[in-house]
Design a protein around this ligand. Sequence first.
Ligand SMILES: Nc1nc2c(ncn2[C@@H]2O[C@H](COP(=O)(O)OP(=O)(O)OP(=O)(O)O)[C@@H](O)[C@H]2O)c(=O)[nH]1
Ligand SMILES: [Mg+2]
Length: 335
Amino acid sequence: MKFLDQAKIYLKSGDGGKGCTSFRREKYIERGGPDGGDGGKGGDIIFETSKELNTLIDFRYQQHFKAESGNGGTGRNKTGAGGNDCIIRVPLGTQILDEDKETVLADLTEEYQSMVFLKGGDGGMGNTNYKSSINQAPKKSTPGWPGEERAVWVRLKLIADAGLVGLPNAGKSTFLSACTRAHPKIADYPFTTLHPNIGVVKLDTEEFVLADIPGLIEGAHEGHGLGDRFLGHVERTSVLLHIIDATEDDVVNSYNVIRKELEEYGAGLSSKPELIALNKCDALGDELSEDQANQLRKATGKSIYKISAVSGDGVKKLSYELAKIVRENKYGQTA
Ligand SMILES: Nc1nc2c(ncn2[C@@H]2O[C@H](COP(=O)(O)OP(=O)(O)OP(=O)(O)O)[C@@H](O)[C@H]2O)c(=O)[nH]1
Ligand SMILES: [Mg+2]
């Protein structure tokens, strides 16, 4: 699947149609009054969410969107036809940002959410509107109001319930493929994952969406590695699963590097509930992995889940723990 999570696009709503100047002309009726109709309204620019989409890739091929202009009014008091709206379909979790790339103008998080973003211009007035007791034959009509024009950024922040974080090569994508039907790229080198992947973890009676993002390294917030912009995709999750490679010499350092990046990124990531998994325990054997787990326990004061994403050991249990936190966070249920 191709993935694109931000794009700049140019929008223009339709101009209003011109009002018409016209006079009634019929046999035997001399000096028929004004009968110029109003112009039609220009089409709106509308954003609409669609569950079928999960990337903004379509914007790589089209950046300009224009709604139709309204038609001009005509004689016999006929109003011009309104211009067609331009409907732009976006995935759930899409934000519309101003050109500064910071000010959030709209946040489209719900299914079938539809939002008129730029209104089409109103149609101009036909001369019928200007008829008065002192002017029975006004020639005046007005042009339509212009549509609005604006450049914006669209940015996708995936809507997932749980997010995977960790250093490159820790086994995040392997974990995703172990508990969902997603098939992310997995390989024995850093930065295998270049864009987020999502999958649905299905348990007996519940399910949740898990997001896998590219690995972070020290200084990611300053642009090192792939940077930290993919962290946006786990901003809306209920819980983070921090995956640590047990075969690393200093697992506590691995943990701290990522925690620091989460803090630097902000957006509440460092205060989100976090579960810690020590992965690749199969490669170390029981004793050594217990040593590593102890180091982490001591340093963090938290439970450490020993797992192997390759053999599947401990993955189910951890999935249930994640589901529990998601449930509590989303629905406020503890049972
Ligand atoms: N022995 C062992 N190897 C593992 C385990 N989990 C992952 N690996 C291996 O570790 C390497 C990296 O795995 P990935 O899942 O691609 O790691 P990642 O964290 O997604 O890496 P990036 O996408 O680069 O951030 C691959 O060669 C995996 O086969 C595990 O539980 N045991
Ligand atoms: Mg990966």
